[in-house]
Design a protein around this ligand. Structure first.
Ligand code: NAD
Length: 318
C-alpha cells in the first residue's frame, strides 16, 4: 500500500507505517502535478497538512484514493463532504497539537506583558547606543498573575490555554456559545486540581479581560468575530493573542485599535493572506509575530505522525 505524505510526516509516523508494510513517500509533489502522480504511482492514501489542497478535481480524477488524512485540525484545504460522498475516508488529528498551541499562546502572553518581542527587535539595533533609553521604554511591563484572561472558544486549545493560565495564577473567563461549563484539570506538583469554569457572555468577556485569546474556528459566514464593535467594548490597553485563524479578527479594525491605544499589543500566529501577510501587520511595532507555528513542536509533530499512522493501519486492518 502506498502513502503519499505530500506535506511531510514526522518520522514516528513514517517508521510506524513502514513497519506495518506501507510504502511512504514524503517528497512534495507540486499541486498541479498531483493528479498525474497519484494515478501513475497508484497512491491509496494522501496525507496533507495545510499546504496541499485536495479539491473535487483530485477526488474525481484519482480512483485509487481510499483515504485522505490531514495532520492537524482545520480541514478547509480538503473538500471533505465531497470526498466522503465518493466513499473516501477523510480524517484529521484534532487533539494532537492542542497543547503545543496553548504553549505558544502562553509564551506570547508573557511576551506581550513585557514587550519582549519588541525589545528583542530594538536591542540589536539600538542596545549599544541607547541602552538607558530602551530600559526606560521597555521597563513598564505588567505581570500575568492576578490578571484576567478571556478565552473565546473553549474547545480543546481554549481549555489547554486555560490550564496554563490558571497555573500561572490568572483569572480565566471563557465565551463559547456551545458550551455551558468545563472542568479544567490543573496539574501542580503531581496533584491535579479540577477547576470548573462556567462560560460568560461575549460582552462580559470583552469588558472584563486584560488579555484575550481566540480559539474558535473560522465562522461559516467568513465574517470576523472581532471587529470595531467588539474592540470598542474591550478594556483600554487590552492585549490580544490570535492563534486561531487569520480572519477571526478583522485586520483593518485591529490596526485602528492598535493605533488608538485601545489595544496595547497583539500576538498573531495566523493571518488572512497566508502565506503572504499584509506588510502593515508585519511592520507594526505593536504586533508580535510568528508564522503559523502554533502546532509545530517536535512533540506535537510526533503525536500527529503516530495518530496518522494509527488511523491508516486501523483502516486497513478492519
Ligand atoms: P475545537 O473545535 O476543539 O474548539 C473550538 C471551540 O470554539 C468549540 O468549543 C466551539 O464550540 C467554539 N466556537 C465555535 N464558534 C464559536 C463562536 N462564534 N464563538 C465562540 N466560540 C465558538 O477546536 P480547537 O482544536 O480548540 O481549535 C481552535 C482553533 O485553533 C481553530 O480555528 C483551529 O484552526 C486553530 N488552530 C490553530 C493552530 C495554529 O497552528 N495556530 C493549530 C491548531 C488549531
Amino acid at each position: 500500500m502506498k502513502v503519499l505524505a505530500n506535506d511531510g510526516i514526522a518520522q514516528s509516523g513514517q517508521v510506524k507505517l513502514e513497519d506495518n508494510g506501507f510504502t511512504v513517500v514524503t517528497e512534495t509533489v507540486a499541486q498541479e502535478n498531483l493528479i498525474n502522480e497519484i494515478n501513475e504511482k497508484e497512491y491509496e492514501v494522501l496525507l496533507v497538512r495545510s499546504a496541499t489542497k485536495v479539491r473535487q478535481d483530485i477526488i474525481d480524477s484519482c480512483p485509487s484514493l481510499k483515504m485522505i488524512g490531514r495532520g492537524g485540525v482545520g480541514m478547509d484545504n480538503i473538500d471533505v463532504a465531497y470526498a466522503r460522498e465518493k466513499g473516501i475516508n477523510v480524517f484529521n488529528t484534532p487533539a494532537a497539537s492542542s497543547l503545543a498551541v496553548a504553549e505558544l499562546v502562553t509564551a506570547q502572553l508573557f511576551s506581550l506583558a513585557r514587550s519582549v518581542y519588541d525589545s528583542e527587535r530594538q536591542m540589536p539595533v539600538n542596545g549599544k547606543d541607547n541602552f538607558k533609553g530602551l530600559k526606560k521604554q521597555y521597563g513598564k511591563g505588567i505581570e500575568l498573575r492576578g490578571k484576567t484572561l478571556g478565552i473565546i472558544g473553549f474547545g480543546r486549545i481554549g481549555q489547554y490555554t486555560a490550564k496554563y493560565a490558571l497555573g500561572l495564577g490568572m483569572n480565566v473567563i471563557a465565551y463559547d456559545p456551545f458550551m455551558e461549563k468545563a472542568t479544567i484539570p490543573v496539574d501542580v506538583a503531581n496533584q491535579t486540581v479540577n477547576i470548573e469554569i462556567t462560560t460568560s457572555s461575549l460582552d462580559t468577556l470583552l469588558s472584563a479581560s486584560d488579555f484575550i485569546s481566540l480559539h474558535v474556528p473560522m465562522p461559516a459566514d467568513g465574517k470576523a468575530l472581532i471587529s470595531t464593535a467588539e474592540f470598542d467594548k474591550m478594556k483600554e490597553g487590552v492585549r490580544i493573542v490570535n492563534a486561531a485563524r487569520g480572519g477571526v479578527i478583522d485586520e483593518d479594525a485591529l490596526i485602528k485599535a492598535l493605533e488608538s491605544g485601545k489595544v496595547n499589543s497583539v500576538a498573531l500566529d495566523v493571518f488572512v493572506n497566508e502565506p503572504t501577510p499584509r506588510e502593515d501587520l508585519l511592520n507594526n511595532k505593536k504586533i508580535a509575530l510568528t508564522p503559523h507555528i502554533g502546532a509545530a513542536t517536535v512533540e506535537a509533530q510526533d503525536r500527529i505522525g503516530t495518530e496518522l499512522a494509527d488511523n491508516i493501519i486501523n483502516f486497513y486492518n478492519k
